[in-house]
Write a protein that binds this ligand. Structure first.
Ligand code: GLY
Length: 360
């Protein structure tokens, strides 16, 4: 097992390793010693597979356990689902020392975190991510929230968890396409800040998404990503600077995702976004062509695309409506060498010109 400590507005430990669901109750107990009641938030598919294990472990650790299971899918990420969680906690008499656990992928951990951030003005949350994407990104760092009809993640709060429990055995049962989209976020860390991770992913690229079945390797890879994210969170918890580098590929990726009416998975769109930004940086003369080819060949090796049919007009229009823009300027994350990244402020016209190096 790998443990990673985060010291932000809350101090907590991220536990990454095989078989951890069985000791989830004990870990929650250690993180929240005063809690008596626990609400496990999960969705239909994940609950079928893992709820009983977490419930048993929590009961053995002395918790009075309640659960709230919502219908799997992004459509559930709404205020109505959160209201359902508040209501279960209110009826069961939860107090400020009780705790919520989010068991599932990013939709679940975002909502469990938001329900915890808002109930009684804030109670503890422990995140138990079961997808690769949630393990390396969504469940770490305290971004919580819900969607509005007007856009994804439009309402939310920064609310750090009290612990994160990542059982890497859960990766074994992930459908290939879900594993692959998590690999986009893994690859992102390699490109923006982690040459040893790039080397490890490159060394194993021949196995492609077959690496899913190598439990020891996946524990190592997830642990490296978690350490990267923890490092970023500790230097910029509230997303005013360095944390924005985690959005490499996301500015264009989010537009691709929205334009597909969310039929294209987030990680797939991020992969396309990274490939497009790499091509644009080559055209701008800031990234050597051979470095971009190394990046795109790694993305492809893990079953992901490096381009999209989006036009530069569509990408700029969409990016200007994204919540991540500040004023009329866009913060574009650019990699000019594998393992380093920088934030480049661009006006819409400059971004358009930049993207025309890669898109029609
Ligand atoms: N998902 C990017 C972040 O946590 O900042």
């Amino acid at each position: 097992m790998i443990t990673t400590s985060v010291k932000a507005s809350k101090e907590y430990v991220i536990h990454t390793g095989s078989g951890l669901l069985a000791s989830s109750g004990k870990i929650i107990r250690e993180a929240c010693p005063k809690a008596t009641k626990l609400l496990i938030v999960s969705e239909t598919n994940v609950a079928k597979r893992y709820l009983a294990d977490v419930k048993t472990s929590a009961e053995e650790a002395g918790f009075e356990v309640h659960d709230y299971i919502f219908k799997a899918g992004e459509q559930s990420k709404s205020i109505n689902t959160i209201a359902g969680m508040w209501s279960v906690m209110a009826k069961a008499g939860f107090t400020r020392t009780d705790v919520v656990a989010g068991l599932g992928g990013g939709v679940t951990t975002d909502m469990a975190g938001f329900a915890a951030a808002t109930f009684l003005r804030g109670i503890d949350v422990v995140q138990i991510p079961t997808s690769l994407l949630a393990m390396v990104d969504a469940a770490v760092g305290g971004k919580t929230g819900i969607d509005l009809p007007e856009g994804k993640n439009q309402v939310g709060a920064f609310w750090q968890p009290s612990a994160v429990i990542e059982d890497t055995d859960c990766l074994l049962t992930l459908p290939d396409e879900v594993f692959s989209e998590g690999m986009a976020e893994v690859i992102k860390y390699a490109f923006i800040m982690d040459v040893p991770l790039y080397d490890l992913l490159n060394k194993n690229a021949g196995n492609g998404i077959g690496i899913k079945n190598d439990v020891a390797l996946m524990e190592r890879i997830a642990g490296m990503c978690v350490a990267d994210k923890a490092d970023v969170i500790m230097s910029d918890e509230f997303d005013n600077g360095r944390r924005q580098t985690l959005n490499f590929g996301h500015t264009v990726g989010h537009v691709i995702e929205r334009n597909s009416n969310f039929s294209k998975p987030h990680g797939v769109c991020v992969a396309s976004g990274m490939g497009i930004i790499a091509d644009a940086a080559v055209a701008a003369g800031t990234l050597p062509g051979e470095e971009a080819e190394k990046m795109k060949s790694l993305i492809r090796a893990y079953g992901l695309p490096v381009d999209d049919e989006i036009t530069s007009d569509e990408a700029v229009d969409g990016a200007m409506n994204d919540k991540k823009k500040r004023g009329d300027t866009l913060s574009v994350i650019v990699v000019n060498k594998i393992g380093t990244s920088k934030i480049v402020k661009m006006s819409p016209d400059e971004f358009h010109e930049f993207l025309r190096g890669a898109l029609k």
